[in-house]
Design a protein around this ligand. Structure first.
Ligand SMILES: Cc1cc2nc3c(=O)[nH]c(=O)nc-3n(C[C@H](O)[C@H](O)[C@H](O)COP(=O)(O)OP(=O)(O)OC[C@H]3O[C@@H](n4cnc5c(N)ncnc54)[C@H](O)[C@@H]3O)c2cc1C
Length: 308
C-alpha cells in the first residue's frame, strides 16, 4: 500500500493541483465536479461563501505555465495577455479532507469563456489548479464574505445561479434555529431543486425561462424587504458605474468581523452586477436597511469576461 508523505508547506493560501474524480449533473444547470489531489487534506474549509480561484488549462497554455509562487499574481500580470493562463472565481461547495476530495458546483452555461469551455468538455482525470486557503490559515477566514452580526432576527440571501453554491453552503452551516428568506433566480425551474432545505427559511426560487434576467430577484425582494425591516429609514446611496467599477461592499470591522453586533436583518446579495445594483438601491434607499448589515457582491457582468 502506498502512503502519501505529509506536506511541509505551511502557507495560509496556495495552489492545489487537482484531478477530476467525478462529474455529476445535479440539475439542468448545476454540475458537480469532485476533485481529488494528494495534498487536499491541507485544503482549508472556513465554510459559508468561501471563494477560490480555479486555473483552467487550454489548448494553448498548459497548467505548468501558471506561476504558483507567493508572487504569482505579479508574475502573471507582467506577462503578455496571450501568455496568462486564465482563472475564474468559484465557491468551495464541500471539503472531505479524510478522503482528499473537494466539490465545486459549476453552472454549465453557454460556452463563452475559459471556464465554460472547460466545463463543457471536462472528463474524469482532467486537471486544474485551485487557489484556496489551507488548514494553516489562522484567524479571519480568507475569501469569506458572509459575516452576519452575532444576533439577527432575519437573514435575507439573494442571488442568481452563480451564487447558489454559496447559498447552499450557508444554509447547510447555519444553525437550524436561524430564520429568513432565500430569493434565487436560476436558468431553469428544475434548478430550484439544487438548494438544500433549511427549516427556518422560506425559499423563493424561480427559473428564468423566457423572462428577463433579474425580474424575479427584484420583484420578490421588493415584496419582502419592507416586511423584514419595518423600521428602516431611507438612506443615501451613491451610484456605482457597474460597467467600470466593481460593486462589492462587504461591511466588516478592521479585524474582519461583523460590522454590527446585532441587526434586525442581515442581507447577503450576490450575482450579476445589474441585479445587485438594483437591489442595493432598493434596500438602502427605499427600505432603509442599515448598510453595515448588507453584503453586496455584484461580481460578474453580463457581456464581460471576469477581470476585464
Ligand atoms: C465570488 C464568486 C463566486 C462564484 N462562485 C461560482 C460558483 O460556485 N459556481 C459558478 O458556476 N459560478 C460561480 N461564480 C461565477 C463565475 O466566476 C463566472 O460565471 C465565470 O466568469 C465564468 O467564466 P467563463 O470563463 O465561462 O466566462 P468569462 O470569460 O468570465 O465571461 C465570458 C462571457 O460569459 C458570460 N458569463 C459568465 N458567467 C456566466 C453565467 N453563469 N451565465 C451566463 N453567462 C455568463 C460573461 O458575461 C461574458 O459575456 C462566482 C463568481 C464570483 C466572483
Amino acid at each position: 500500500m502506498s502512503t502519501i508523505a505529509p506536506s511541509t508547506d505551511t502557507r495560509p493560501m496556495r495552489f492545489f493541483r487537482v484531478q477530476v474524480a467525478a462529474i455529476q449533473n445535479l440539475t439542468p444547470s448545476f454540475r458537480r465536479f469532485t476533485f481529488t489531489g494528494d495534498d487536499l487534506d491541507e485544503y482549508g474549509d472556513p465554510g459559508f461563501d468561501q471563494r477560490v480561484k480555479i486555473v483552467f488549462p487550454s489548448e494553448r497554455l498548459a497548467l505548468d505555465e501558471m506561476p504558483t509562487g507567493d508572487d504569482w499574481y505579479v508574475e502573471w500580470r507582467a506577462r503578455p495577455e496571450a501568455e496568462r493562463p486564465p482563472f475564474r472565481t468559484y465557491t468551495t461547495r464541500a471539503v472531505r479532507p479524510a478522503v482528499r476530495e473537494v466539490d465545486i458546483d459549476m453552472v454549465a452555461h453557454d460556452v463563452q469563456g475559459p471556464a465554460s469551455a472547460w466545463i463543457d468538455r471536462a472528463a474524469v482525470g482532467d486537471e486544474v489548479l485551485i487557489l484556496a486557503p489551507t488548514v494553516h490559515a489562522a484567524g479571519v477566514p480568507l475569501g469569506v464574505d458572509f459575516v452576519p452580526p452575532a444576533t439577527t432576527e432575519e437573514l435575507l440571501l439573494v442571488g442568481d445561479e452563480t451564487a447558489a453554491p454559496a447559498i447552499a453552503v450557508i444554509l447547510e452551516q447555519l444553525p437550524r434555529t436561524a430564520t429568513g428568506i432565500v430569493v434565487l433566480e436560476v436558468p431553469d425551474d428544475r434548478d430550484a431543486a439544487y438548494l438544500p432545505p433549511h427549516p427556518g427559511f422560506r425559499v423563493y426560487a424561480s427559473g428564468r425561462g423566457a423572462g428577463e434576467r433579474h425580474d424575479h430577484l427584484v420583484r420578490v425582494v421588493e415584496a419582502h424587504a419592507g416586511v423584514l425591516c419595518p423600521d428602516g429609514r431611507g438612506g443615501d446611496v451613491e451610484e456605482i458605474d457597474i460597467d467600470h467599477d466593481l460593486l462589492w461592499e462587504v461591511p466588516r470591522t478592521a479585524k474582519g468581523g461583523a460590522a454590527l453586533k446585532s441587526a434586525p436583518l442581515y442581507a447577503w446579495i450576490a450575482g450579476e452586477a445589474g441585479a445587485v445594483k438594483a437591489l442595493r438601491r432598493h434596500l438602502v434607499r427605499d427600505v432603509g436597511v442599515d448598510r453595515r448589515a448588507v453584503a453586496f457582491m455584484g461580481y460578474w457582468r453580463l457581456g464581460r469576461a471576469e477581470g476585464s
